[in-house]
Write a protein that binds this ligand. Structure first.
Ligand SMILES: *Cc1c(COP(=O)(O)O)cnc(C)c1O
Ligand SMILES: [Zn+2]
Length: 425
């Protein structure tokens, strides 16, 4: 992406050998302009035919055009719902808010959209083993997709603060799971070193084939809006793979004439894991990795590998970077949960971020906003239960739903259930 050096797709490579920069998959946009239209993708909606029944491979021409369909490793993923959320819109201060629920993917997070691309490429390359370092969801997804592909999956976990649902998935899907006494950022360095030495394919989001798959979140959202562009897309930022993929997707749609203007992207970081936000304050002239701390474990990342691509996204989309506190994250999550939609903590950033940007006058109340919910409510049950119990360190349960306890007798149950006045959110 920096020096323009090109490499063929059939070599194992993650960064540029000349300048050390990140790699992009380059599509032949001039040819694509002649060969695909909105209809190409609309005609595949509802098909039962693989791989086009996947919400990723429906857009195959824009993801990995020449790959043989026989090599594609798919669950299939995507086809997630885009919810209208009028109550949450009101709370955040906008007229129209949609939530794109990526927690509805096969393993419960958007990582599946990247993993289908990554595992497919592992098969193209003939790799036998695939690995990642992960805060959890990438591991769960890698474990599942490696199992489908018949390859060995290897996952590096940190030794604390792993959401239970994610750890359980990686083990159950049969990955070789290793807990290491280091944080995510160190584990990512380790996995890259070990993979190099042992001929293992790395599937962290430094891998450009993953980002190609994740672009489909934008394609699908805009197709669900009948190819009408929202004013804003708002998403959490951790390792910044999604932010990077979204920028590339929107840039390509625009270049191809599929959309006639760019939406603006707002990347929301946790205040305790906000290196991109800090850099944004300096117009990206300075950038400092940091030690990360946040209740939203999926975005507890202090040295995001895709920072440079995310900066490019901000330039391409005239985007913004905002930060929200853990308190704001958990309160927003509680409200999303309470609508019957539900998400994991990191996803709370999207709604909390909309509200904050409306308050700051950056998002106008008449603008259309799509917030991305990145993970499923069941991923991190401990955080949810502790919040409602008032047990989450440093966080007040602003919207609690306390568990009642009762002896098995009708009088006590009546006392609980007799209609009474409650404040409702
Ligand atoms: C991975 C993940 C994120 C962070 O996405 P990045 O692409 O790393 O910025 C946010 N939320 C959830 C639930 C995730 O699994
Ligand atoms: Zn280079």
């Amino acid at each position: 992406m920096d020096c323009g050096q090109q490499y063929p797709v059939n070599v194992v490579i993650y960064t540029c050998e000349r300048c050390g920069g990140l790699l992009d998959l380059c599509h032949d946009l001039d040819t694509l302009r002649q060969t695909i239209t909105h209809d190409t993708f609309d005609q595949r909606l509802g098909t039962l035919e693989a791989p086009y029944n996947s919400g990723v491979w429906r857009y195959k021409e824009l993801i990995y055009p020449n790959v043989s369909n026989d090599l594609i490793v798919s669950r299939p993923e995507g086809n997630t719902n885009l919810y209208r959320a009028p109550k949450l819109a009101q709370w955040a201060g906008v007229e129209t808010l949609y939530l794109k629920h990526e927690g509805e993917n096969p393993t419960g997070s958007f990582k599946d959209r990247g993993m289908t691309g990554g595992l497919t490429q592992a098969r193209v390359l003939g790799m036998k083993r695939v690995a990642c370092a992960s805060t959890g969801n990438t591991s769960a997804s890698l474990a599942a997709y490696a199992a489908i592909a018949g390859l060995e999956g290897i996952v590096f976990f940190q030794n604390k603060d792993i959401a239970l649902g994610k750890l359980a998935q990686a083990i159950a899907y049969g990955a070789t799971a290793i807990q290491i006494s280091a944080d995510f950022d160190r584990n990512l360095e380790l996995v890259r070193e070990v993979a190099q030495a042992l001929d293992i394919y790395v599937l962290n989001s430094v891998n450009p084939f993953r980002l190609e798959g994740q672009k489909s979140i934008m394609f699908e959202t805009i197709q669900q809006l009948r190819w009408q562009v929202p004013d804003w897309i708002v998403c959490p930022g951790g390792n910044l793979g999604n932010s990077s993929a979204f920028g590339k997707a929107l840039h390509e749609l625009y270049e191809l004439g599929f959309i006639d203007r760019m939406p603006r992207l707002a990347i929301i970081q946790a205040a305790g894991a906000n290196p991109l936000y800090r850099s944004y304050q300096t117009n990206f002239t300075e950038y400092e990795p940091m030690h990360a701390e946040t209740v939203a474990s999926a975005i507890k990342i202090g040295s995001p590998v895709n920072a440079r691509k995310a900066m490019r996204t901000i330039r391409w989309t005239n985007g913004v970077v905002e930060q929200v506190t853990d308190q704001e994250i958990m309160d927003a999550k509680a409200l999303i949960d309470r609508q019957g939609i539900g998400c994991e903590p990191a996803s709370g950033c999207s709604l909390a971020g909309v509200r904050k940007l409306v308050d700051a006058g950056v998002i106008k109340s008449n603008e259309t906003v799509v917030g991305i919910l990145t993970g499923h409510i069941l991923k991190d049950p401990e955080a949810t239960i502790d919040y409602h119990d008032g047990d989450l360190k440093g966080i007040t349960a602003t919207y609690p739903n306390r568990l009642h306890r009762s002896e098995p007798n009708v009088d006590m149950l009546r006392a609980i259930l007799e209609p009474h006045e409650t404040a409702s959110a």
